[in-house]
Design a protein around this ligand. Structure first.
Ligand SMILES: [Zn+2]
Length: 114
């Protein structure tokens, strides 16, 4: 039988006639050890490992959007449409609505004027 590693998702082979004891959950002893370290860190309230991974992924996505004029245009248009429809009224989106209002203000700060 093939199972997916509970930590890294890699498939691994388990016996169809498992011996007594707990069924295997990890692809390797390295994953078993890391899973136990991560569990202990999480129990101690340190979720930094997961958080840093997520943050890095978000940064990569933002960079990818900023590298693409068409993606930037779509984001700006979509946010503007949402704002017009009142879909940014939620507290969660209020900072985005504020930023849009700032961008729409007709006069630029004095230091940008020529
Ligand atoms: Zn694994």
């Amino acid at each position: 039988m093939i199972k997916a590693c509970a930590r890294c998702g890699k498939p691994f082979q388990v016996s169809d006639h498992p011996k007594a004891g707990r069924p295997r959950r990890w692809c390797s002893s390295a994953c078993r050890r890391l899973a136990s370290e991560e569990r202990r860190a999480a129990e101690a309230g340190h979720t930094a490992v997961t958080f840093i991974k997520e943050a890095a992924r978000l940064d990569d996505q933002v960079r990818a959007v900023l590298d693409s004029p068409s993606a930037c245009r779509r984001i700006l248009r979509e946010l503007s449409d949402r704002d017009t429809r009142g879909a940014l009224g939620d507290a969660k989106w209020s900072s985005v609505a504020d930023e849009l209002a700032r961008l729409r203000r007709p006069s630029l700060p004095t230091r940008w004027r020529r």
